[in-house]
Ligand binder design. Structure first.
Ligand code: MSP
Length: 642
């Protein structure tokens, strides 16, 4: 029998999941972490249900952006790429990512595959040499159409695209426009959710232009040389997209035969066009079948804004993981984004979810169930009769299984978590309704109590299995507490069967899974900071010397009315000045008066809450607030700092 995807039923199915390969011009943030975690949840789930699974992530290392960033850092593009690629690679184990392969576009097998496909498309007559002028966005690494330019700027990157005219090689993308429209229409979930399919079709309503796929080496050397012209390198998107087949050893690899027909790409909306338009037409021209689905998610914003270095609101995944634990971080990202829509990251919302869903609902359920089961069943999984198994609880577990399965089919992972939490809450209710603590007072209730404990442990087992793709560490911790030795061997079928709890297995109490966070008292907000990597461009002494740093003595200090952080300081730096500093949460005026501090004296004046500030003091963030730079020995008021 053959199923809807053309797979033979009863044979293990295959599943291939990819993330975008990330540019190595900046360190990873929660946006990258999100896509990779979603891919990991999908891969773990498919492995658990017995699918032959292959999961690929990696880094995109050629092109203008990287060359530019390397130049600024004063190192070669290869050195630069090595450094940042290593950060992305190191992030995988930190986030418990189970990728089977990590691809880099500088890998020799990838370079070979790109050249092979280019030659194939060139030989088929779909690449020609021509001249083109257009507006190029270095952020998008592509030419923008007139419609895409708003107020002379690329709306995605907020910078003006640059007019570039040069002789180049072009891919006859226009030739495949009608084919692509038909393919998308005939396969309504080729690009999903629907809003992104509609966006791609809207784009295809305009005539498709041919795609410029080269850069002259005279302008950019950091790329893969065209196989048919030594003087040109490949355009970065033509290079990058091909990673998805390189990873499968295209053209002759077994993996390619097995996994390409079931390819699932996962991306955010920013790169819909290259994946929804360029890539299928490139595949068609190379004689390769299209991928199965393009799955497009929305954007994580930070405190309601797009994350950007200049706004200083970049959220680093490892900071969150270190502060709150990996599974809490994974849970929040997966629970708080509706696949396809944008979502806002705020630490308060994160802590709230942690306290309510994780500490209260799940954590309490596990800890009180285990404590009671140990107490009432002599520390072991009890044996009970079939008739004492609670049907309603088991049916609630089956309902959760069905909902989780259907959520995985259409990528609505947040719905899967909602279904699991419904089941968690039903289990909590089961405890409240049965009041085991009252039954425990009378030995005559022993049998009833034992049955309740068994049913609770069976529910915990089902919850752990359902949770395991999302929160693998937590699932394993719970399973170990209920005496399951090989958690990795469990699957959904184990929930359906319901008789797998081994009587006599030891029960052990673990540490609290999710301690409550007291937001007010304990939690210092994360520093949203630039990455701790030493890739800042080096400057020479002259450049440094342009900053006029002085020893300043604070003569007077007072709060700026209506501002909640600002103090107005009168200082002496050889002359009297007024500066405004955001330190009122950390220092009282009395603490500051008389202190000698460091001030940037030649900063352009600026008005803060109506007060003109003629300079800026220097301070550093600590775990408990700001510390103002001061001196540990004598310093002369007004003296220059060198
Ligand atoms: N190198 C290209 C992709 C080539 S794939 C053949 C690229 N790299 S990128 O580093 O800019 O990564 C973009 C991807 O990172 C997004 O599509 C998404 O997966 C993830 N995200 C980056 N910022 C994001 C958010 N703010 N929110 C959610 N995901 C985001 O484009």
């Amino acid at each position: 029998m053959i199923n809807e995807y053309g797979d033979a039923v009863n044979m293990p199915k295959s599943f291939y999941i990819t993330t975008p390969i990330y540019y190595v011009n900046a360190s990873p943030h929660i946006g990258h972490a999100y896509t990779t975690i979603v891919a990991d949840v999908l891969a773990r789930y498919h492995r658990m249900i017995g699918d032959n699974t292959f999961f690929v992530t990696g880094t995109d290392e050629h092109g203008d952006k990287i060359a530019e960033a390397a130049q600024k850092a004063g190192i070669t593009p290869q050195e630069y790429a090595d450094k940042i690629s290593a950060q992305f690679r190191a992030l995988c184990p930190e986030l418990a990512i189970t990728n089977d392969y990590f691809i880099r576009t500088t890998d020799p097998n990838h370079i070979e595959t790109v050249r092979y496909i280019l030659q194939k498309v060139y030989d088929a007559g779909d690449i020609y040499f021509g001249s083109y002028g257009g507006y190029y966005c270095f952020g998008c690494e592509r030419f923008l159409t007139e419609k895409e330019i708003v107020d002379n700027k690329c709306p995605e990157h907020g910078r003006e695209p640059q007019y570039i005219e040069e002789k180049n090689y072009f891919f006859k993308m226009s030739k495949y426009q009608d084919w692509l429209i038909k393919h998308i229409t005939d396969h309504p979930d080729f690009i999903r959710p629907e809003r992104y399919k509609n966006e791609a079709l809207a784009f295809l309503r305009e005539p498709l232009e041919d795609l410029c796929i080269s850069r002259p080496k005279s302008r950019l050397e950091w790329g893969i040389t065209l196989p048919f012209d030594e003087n040109y390198v490949t355009y970065v998107w033509f290079d990058a997209l091909i990673n998805y087949v390189t990873a499968l050893d295209y053209p002759d690899g077994e993996k390619f035969k097995t996994f390409w027909p079931v390819a699932e790409h996962l991306i955010a909306k920013d790169i819909l066009k290259p994946h929804g338009i360029y890539w299928p037409t490139m595949l068609k021209a190379a004689g390769i079948e299209p991928y199965r689905h393009l799955n497009v998610h929305g954007y994580w914003n930070s405190d309601q804004n797009k994350m950007s270095k200049s706004l200083g609101n970049i959220v680093r995944p490892l900071d969150l993981k270190d502060k709150y634990g990996l599974d809490a971080f994974r849970y929040f990202l997966l629970r708080d984004m509706v696949f396809g829509l944008d979502s806002n990251f705020s630490e308060e919302a994160f802590v709230q979810r942690l306290n309510s869903d994780l500490a209260n609902d799940l954590g309490n359920l596990v800890s009180r169930s285990i404590t009671m089961a140990i107490k009432y069943c002599d520390g072991k999984v009890p044996q009970i009769q079939q008739k004492d198994k609670n049907k309603a609880l088991h049916e609630a577990a089956l309902k959760a299984v069905a909902e989780v399965e259907s959520s995985f089919k259409d990528m609505s992972l947040h719905k899967a978590l909602i279904a699991i939490w419904d089941f968690i809450n039903i289990t909590n209710k089961y405890i409240v309704e049965n009041e085991p603590w009252s039954l425990g007072k009378d030995p005559a209730n022993k049998e009833k109590l034992t049955a309740i404990m068994y049913n609770l442990l069976a529910a915990l087992r089902a919850i752990s299995i359902l949770l395991s793709p999302f929160m693998p560490q937590t699932a394993e911790k719970i399973l170990r507490q209920i005496g399951v030795d090989e958690p990795q061997n469990l699957d959904m079928a184990g929930i359906r069967k319901d008789d797998d709890l081994k009587a006599g297995s030891p029960l052990t109490r673990g540490e609290s899974l999710f301690p409550r966070i007291n937001q007010e008292k304990e939690s210092q907000p994360l520093e949203k900071k630039a990455p701790a990597i030493d890739l800042k461009p080096q400057i020479d002494y002259e450049e440094f010397a342009r900053v006029d740093l002085r020893v300043a003595k604070i003569l007077a200090a007072e709060a700026v009315p209506k501002a909640n952080k600002l103090l107005k300081l009168k200082i002496d730096i050889g002359e009297e000045r007024t500066i405004v500093a955001g330190v009122s949460k950390d220092y009282t005026p009395a603490e500051l008066i008389g202190k000698k501090i460091v001030v940037v004296a030649n900063l352009k004046p600026t008005k803060l809450m109506g007060v003109e500030s003629h300079g800026m003091l220097l301070a550093t963030d600590t775990d408990t607030g700001l510390t103002v730079l001061a001196f540990d020995r004598e310093a002369k008021t007004g003296a220059k700092i060198r």
